[in-house]
Design a protein around this ligand. Sequence first.
Ligand SMILES: [Zn+2]
Length: 80
Amino acid sequence: MFLFIGVFPRERELAVVRFHCDHCHEEAAQHVIELGSRLWLFFLPLFTFSRTYAVTCEHCGWVTAVSREFARRVADRAHA
Ligand SMILES: [Zn+2]
């Protein structure tokens, strides 16, 4: 029997907020993103694991790793 199983990277944008970038010191849009690996069985996504969170500056492209709590708090505030 043929079994198609795979793990692929997954990137999901949680929110876009404006604040001063630590790198370029400009106030610009900051993209809060969730990075992870997703397990696929045939053509169905099963679950995502190894999640990390980051903020990407739209002005300079600098990527800063942030905690899950920080990413969730900023995303909740942006959607409130
Ligand atoms: Zn920047």
